[in-house]
Design a protein. Structure first.
Length: 164
C-alpha cells in the first residue's frame, strides 16, 4: 500500500508509515522524517487530501470502558443425603452429608415431632453424626444462617427380648 501526501504544491510518495512512541514517522524518497505527533490511540484514514490542502492526523473517538457488574455466586439450595436414617438398636451411629453450594458458614440442628430424646446429633463442617438413644421417630432439621433448611427423618426401633 502506498500513501501519497501533498504539502503545498509538492507531492511526496510515502514508502513506509510507522507509529513509533506516539509519532508518525514517514520514510519517503527524500528520507525519513516526523510528519506529526499523534496521541495514542489514533486511527488515520487512508485518503489523500486535495492538492494544496495539508493533512493532519486527528484522533478518532475511542470506546470507554464502563464498569460491569460481577455475578455473585448463588447460595443453596441446602440438601442432605440421606434424607432418612433407620436404626435397629440403641448406640448405633450414622452420618448425613450436608450440601449447600456457595455457602461457607456453619449449620445448626433442631428437631421436630420428638416425644423423647431418641437420638443425639452433632455437626462438624458439612457432616452430621447421629447416634440412636431409644425407640421412636422424629425429624432432624439442618439449617444455614440464610434461612435454608432440609430435614432428615430419624427412626429408631428396638427389639425387646423377654428375659426368663
Amino acid at each position: 500500500m502506498e500513501l501519497h501526501l501533498s504539502l503545498s504544491s509538492r507531492s511526496y510518495r510515502i514508502l513506509a508509515l510507522t507509529l513509533a512512541a506516539g509519532a508518525i514517522v514517514a520514510a519517503s524518497a527524500c528520507g525519513p522524517g516526523v510528519i506529526g505527533i499523534v496521541p495514542p490511540p489514533t486511527v488515520i484514514a487512508g485518503t489523500s487530501p486535495a492538492p494544496g490542502v495539508s493533512a493532519s492526523p486527528t484522533a478518532s473517538p475511542s470506546a470507554t470502558a464502563s464498569p460491569s457488574a460481577t455475578a455473585t455466586p448463588s447460595v443453596g439450595p441446602l440438601s442432605v443425603l440421606p434424607t432418612a436414617l433407620s436404626f435397629s438398636a440403641t448406640a448405633q451411629t450414622q452420618t448425613v452429608a450436608v450440601t449447600d453450594p456457595g455457602y461457607t458458614g456453619s449449620f445448626t440442628l433442631s428437631t421436630s415431632g420428638c416425644t423423647s430424646t431418641i437420638f443425639t446429633a452433632a455437626v462438624a463442617g458439612s457432616t452430621v453424626t447421629v447416634t440412636s438413644v431409644t425407640a421412636g421417630a422424629c425429624t432432624l432439621t439442618v439449617s444455614d444462617t440464610l434461612g435454608h433448611s432440609a430435614g432428615v427423618q430419624i427412626t429408631v426401633t428396638t427389639v425387646s427380648v423377654p428375659v426368663q
